[in-house]
Design a protein around this ligand. Sequence first.
Ligand SMILES: [Zn+2]
Length: 180
Amino acid sequence: MRHNLFVPNKMPYAKGKNRPDVPCILCAIVEKNDKVQRLEVHRTERFTISLNLYPYSPGHLLIFPNRHVLDVRELNQEEVCDLHELQCLCFEVLTCAYQPRGYNVGYNMGDASGASIPHFHLHVVPRYPRELGFMDVIGGARIIIEDPNATQEKLVQIFQELTTDDHFSRKEKQNEQSRL
Ligand SMILES: [Zn+2]
Protein backbone atom coordinates (compact mmCIF):
# COMPACT_ATOMS: atom_id res chain seq x y z
CA MET A 1 0.00 0.00 0.00
CA ARG A 2 1.71 3.12 -1.20
CA HIS A 3 0.20 5.49 1.36
CA ASN A 4 2.05 3.62 4.09
CA LEU A 5 5.27 4.90 2.58
CA PHE A 6 4.68 8.39 3.88
CA VAL A 7 2.74 7.62 7.04
CA PRO A 8 5.06 5.08 8.60
CA ASN A 9 4.45 3.51 11.95
CA LYS A 10 5.68 6.05 14.44
CA MET A 11 6.32 3.54 17.22
CA PRO A 12 9.91 2.59 16.39
CA TYR A 13 10.66 6.30 16.13
CA ALA A 14 8.98 7.09 19.46
CA LYS A 15 11.01 4.28 21.03
CA GLY A 16 14.17 5.87 19.70
CA LYS A 17 15.02 3.13 17.18
CA ASN A 18 15.01 5.18 13.98
CA ARG A 19 15.94 8.48 15.52
CA PRO A 20 18.89 10.24 14.00
CA ASP A 21 21.86 10.38 16.31
CA VAL A 22 21.58 14.06 17.23
CA PRO A 23 20.87 15.71 20.62
CA CYS A 24 17.85 17.59 19.22
CA ILE A 25 16.25 16.89 15.87
CA LEU A 26 14.86 20.43 15.48
CA CYS A 27 18.18 22.06 16.37
CA ALA A 28 19.72 19.70 13.79
CA ILE A 29 17.29 21.01 11.15
CA VAL A 30 18.16 24.59 12.13
CA GLU A 31 21.86 23.73 11.86
CA LYS A 32 21.29 21.97 8.49
CA ASN A 33 22.84 18.80 9.91
CA ASP A 34 23.10 16.07 7.24
CA LYS A 35 21.99 13.39 9.73
CA VAL A 36 18.39 14.64 9.61
CA GLN A 37 16.06 14.56 6.67
CA ARG A 38 15.77 18.03 5.21
CA LEU A 39 12.11 18.97 5.44
CA GLU A 40 12.52 22.71 5.86
CA VAL A 41 10.13 24.86 3.82
CA HIS A 42 10.79 28.36 5.18
CA ARG A 43 13.10 30.19 7.55
CA THR A 44 13.20 33.62 9.17
CA GLU A 45 15.61 35.27 11.56
CA ARG A 46 14.01 33.62 14.59
CA PHE A 47 11.99 30.64 13.28
CA THR A 48 12.08 27.66 10.95
CA ILE A 49 9.08 25.96 9.36
CA SER A 50 9.35 22.33 8.26
CA LEU A 51 7.11 19.52 7.14
CA ASN A 52 6.28 17.01 9.83
CA LEU A 53 8.07 13.74 9.11
CA TYR A 54 4.94 11.93 10.34
CA PRO A 55 2.11 14.05 8.94
CA TYR A 56 -1.45 13.69 10.18
CA SER A 57 -2.64 15.17 6.90
CA PRO A 58 -1.11 16.54 3.69
CA GLY A 59 0.75 19.78 4.43
CA HIS A 60 1.16 19.20 8.19
CA LEU A 61 3.73 21.84 9.22
CA LEU A 62 5.83 22.53 12.30
CA ILE A 63 6.89 26.06 13.28
CA PHE A 64 9.74 26.20 15.78
CA PRO A 65 12.17 28.77 17.17
CA ASN A 66 15.76 28.62 15.90
CA ARG A 67 16.96 28.57 19.50
CA HIS A 68 16.40 25.53 21.72
CA VAL A 69 13.32 26.50 23.72
CA LEU A 70 11.42 23.87 25.71
CA ASP A 71 8.38 25.79 26.78
CA VAL A 72 6.12 28.41 25.19
CA ARG A 73 6.64 30.57 28.28
CA GLU A 74 10.29 30.99 27.32
CA LEU A 75 9.44 32.83 24.09
CA ASN A 76 10.24 36.53 24.15
CA GLN A 77 7.89 39.20 22.83
CA GLU A 78 9.50 39.36 19.38
CA GLU A 79 9.25 35.60 19.04
CA VAL A 80 5.59 35.62 20.08
CA CYS A 81 4.84 38.20 17.36
CA ASP A 82 6.82 36.27 14.76
CA LEU A 83 5.10 33.04 15.69
CA HIS A 84 1.69 34.61 15.19
CA GLU A 85 2.68 36.05 11.81
CA LEU A 86 4.20 32.78 10.66
CA GLN A 87 1.12 30.86 11.71
CA CYS A 88 -0.99 33.17 9.51
CA LEU A 89 1.53 32.78 6.68
CA CYS A 90 1.22 28.98 6.96
CA PHE A 91 -2.56 29.28 6.57
CA GLU A 92 -2.10 31.35 3.41
CA VAL A 93 0.47 29.00 1.94
CA LEU A 94 -1.54 25.86 2.70
CA THR A 95 -4.71 27.43 1.34
CA CYS A 96 -2.83 28.12 -1.90
CA ALA A 97 -1.37 24.62 -2.06
CA TYR A 98 -4.18 22.36 -0.83
CA GLN A 99 -7.37 24.34 -0.11
CA PRO A 100 -8.01 22.68 3.24
CA ARG A 101 -11.41 23.15 4.87
CA GLY A 102 -10.05 23.78 8.35
CA TYR A 103 -7.00 23.72 10.60
CA ASN A 104 -5.95 22.29 13.94
CA VAL A 105 -3.18 24.28 15.56
CA GLY A 106 -1.43 23.56 18.82
CA TYR A 107 1.49 22.26 20.76
CA ASN A 108 2.24 19.40 23.11
CA MET A 109 4.27 20.16 26.20
CA GLY A 110 5.74 17.65 28.60
CA ASP A 111 6.03 13.84 28.74
CA ALA A 112 2.37 13.14 29.33
CA SER A 113 1.16 15.22 26.37
CA GLY A 114 2.50 12.86 23.73
CA ALA A 115 5.31 15.24 22.78
CA SER A 116 8.15 13.25 21.26
CA ILE A 117 10.48 16.22 20.67
CA PRO A 118 11.26 18.51 23.63
CA HIS A 119 12.18 21.55 21.47
CA PHE A 120 9.06 23.74 21.40
CA HIS A 121 7.11 23.45 18.11
CA LEU A 122 3.69 24.56 16.94
CA HIS A 123 1.75 22.07 14.80
CA VAL A 124 -0.29 23.47 11.92
CA VAL A 125 -2.47 20.65 10.65
CA PRO A 126 -4.69 21.33 7.64
CA ARG A 127 -7.95 19.38 7.71
CA TYR A 128 -9.90 18.05 4.78
CA PRO A 129 -13.34 16.54 4.55
CA ARG A 130 -13.39 12.75 4.69
CA GLU A 131 -9.71 12.40 5.44
CA LEU A 132 -8.12 9.09 4.68
CA GLY A 133 -4.53 9.75 5.53
CA PHE A 134 -2.84 10.97 2.39
CA MET A 135 -5.65 9.72 0.18
CA ASP A 136 -8.37 12.33 0.34
CA VAL A 137 -11.41 13.11 -1.70
CA ILE A 138 -12.42 16.76 -1.88
CA GLY A 139 -15.52 17.63 -3.86
CA GLY A 140 -15.01 14.56 -5.98
CA ALA A 141 -11.38 15.41 -6.72
CA ARG A 142 -8.80 13.03 -5.41
CA ILE A 143 -5.64 14.31 -3.79
CA ILE A 144 -2.90 12.15 -5.12
CA ILE A 145 -0.47 10.73 -2.62
CA GLU A 146 2.45 13.06 -2.69
CA ASP A 147 6.11 12.39 -2.24
CA PRO A 148 7.38 14.50 0.70
CA ASN A 149 10.08 15.95 -1.57
CA ALA A 150 7.41 17.15 -3.98
CA THR A 151 5.41 18.63 -1.09
CA GLN A 152 8.52 20.37 0.14
CA GLU A 153 9.39 21.78 -3.27
CA LYS A 154 5.87 23.07 -3.80
CA LEU A 155 5.60 24.70 -0.36
CA VAL A 156 9.09 26.27 -0.52
CA GLN A 157 8.03 27.97 -3.73
CA ILE A 158 4.72 29.26 -2.35
CA PHE A 159 6.40 30.52 0.84
CA GLN A 160 8.85 32.40 -1.37
CA GLU A 161 6.12 33.84 -3.54
CA LEU A 162 4.02 34.98 -0.61
CA THR A 163 6.91 36.60 1.26
CA THR A 164 8.41 38.62 -1.58
CA ASP A 165 7.87 42.39 -1.58
CA ASP A 166 6.22 41.96 -4.91
CA HIS A 167 3.43 39.91 -3.46
CA PHE A 168 2.81 42.32 -0.60
CA SER A 169 2.77 45.38 -2.82
CA ARG A 170 0.42 43.57 -5.17
CA LYS A 171 -1.78 42.63 -2.26
CA GLU A 172 -1.80 46.17 -0.94
CA LYS A 173 -2.80 47.47 -4.35
CA GLN A 174 -5.61 44.95 -4.47
CA ASN A 175 -6.77 46.07 -1.03
CA GLU A 176 -6.64 49.70 -2.12
CA GLN A 177 -8.66 48.92 -5.19
CA SER A 178 -11.24 47.03 -3.22
CA ARG A 179 -11.61 50.03 -0.89
CA LEU A 180 -12.29 52.41 -3.80
ZN1 LIG B 1 16.53 21.95 19.99
